[in-house]
Design a protein around this ligand. Structure first.
Ligand SMILES: [Zn+2]
Length: 264
């Protein structure tokens, strides 16, 4: 599979009608008995968290957090959540919280930043944007998560890659995710990605939040709510459907592996 060659200085690929996608996400969630909690509203947009409690326990059910749509030029994330909701193949024992779109105003104009020009995924330390302040206030009321997945795209990438932050050296989900994604999407073979050493599409950056002047969502989660986080990056210069396939394969593999090992 070859790159499309569309992205030169930024993302120039397919876009989505975010209001329609959010409507379809809401419908699919209701049909499968998810609950929805709105934590912010602006310009007729609702920022909401979906929740699917574990359908049968032995407790404690693993608590899993999935978020996406924080960059408005990365349509594969919200589309991946829509497909996952429609397929409805979640591990029965998992308690899942899903935030399908953190930056609807960015999607309206196909920009990485929100409608006010703020990169929301650099705003988790200084909290300058109303939507991230609202998300953090909502997150502070939640119990911690055993696993967090943040779904992204990278317009420059040569294939799929991911970041792992694994504070307790738990069994890594990185290699199984990359293996599964490689069936549907190329893996970025670069030895350096975004200035960090990478090996077969896996980056294991410093987990010390003090090393970053601006925090992405994963660093807030790691500091306050989790010990295990993955940021999945689909390559935006491949067809949109391929990027959705990649994110869906990564999420499904992480959930199956994590819930399988937790239940044992
Ligand atoms: Zn992103």
């Amino acid at each position: 599979m070859e790159k499309l060659g569309k992205n030169h200085d930024r993302y120039h690929g397919e876009t989505i009608a975010i209001r329609n996608v959010l409507h379809e996400i809401g419908t699919a969630a209701r049909e499968n008995s998810w609950t929805a909690e709105t934590f912010h509203t602006f310009d007729d947009f609702k920022w909401f968290a979906l929740r699917r409690p574990a359908s049968h326990v032995p407790p404690p059910a693993p608590r899993i957090y999935i978020s996406t749509g924080i960059h408005g030029d990365e349509p594969a994330g919200p589309l991946a959540t829509l497909r996952l909701l429609r397929e409805n193949q979640w591990p029965a024992g998992a308690d899942i919280t899903l935030l399908p779109c953190l930056n609807p105003t960015g999607f309206q104009q196909n920009t990485r930043e929100n409608g006010s020009g703020i990169d929301l995924n650099r705003d988790y330390l200084h909290l300058q944007s109303a939507e991230i302040r609202a998300q953090v206030a909502w997150l502070e009321q939640q119990v911690g998560f055993d696993l967090c997945l943040c779904l992204h795209e990278d317009w420059e990438a040569h294939g799929f890659y991911l970041y792992e932050l694994n504070l307790d050296s738990r069994p890594s989900l990185a290699e199984p995710m990359v293996t599964a994604v490689s069936q549907v999407c190329p893996i970025d073979p670069s030895e350096t990605i975004e200035g960090r050493p990478a090996e077969q599409g896996i980056i294991r950056p410093s987990a010390d939040p003090r090393t970053r002047a601006q925090w992405p969502e994963a660093f807030w989660l790691l500091t306050h709510k989790t010990r295990l986080s993955y940021t999945l990056e689909a390559p935006s210069d491949f067809p949109l459907n391929t990027r959705v396939d990649a994110l869906v394969a990564g999420v499904n593999t992480a959930l199956q592996k994590f819930c399988g090992t937790t239940a044992a």
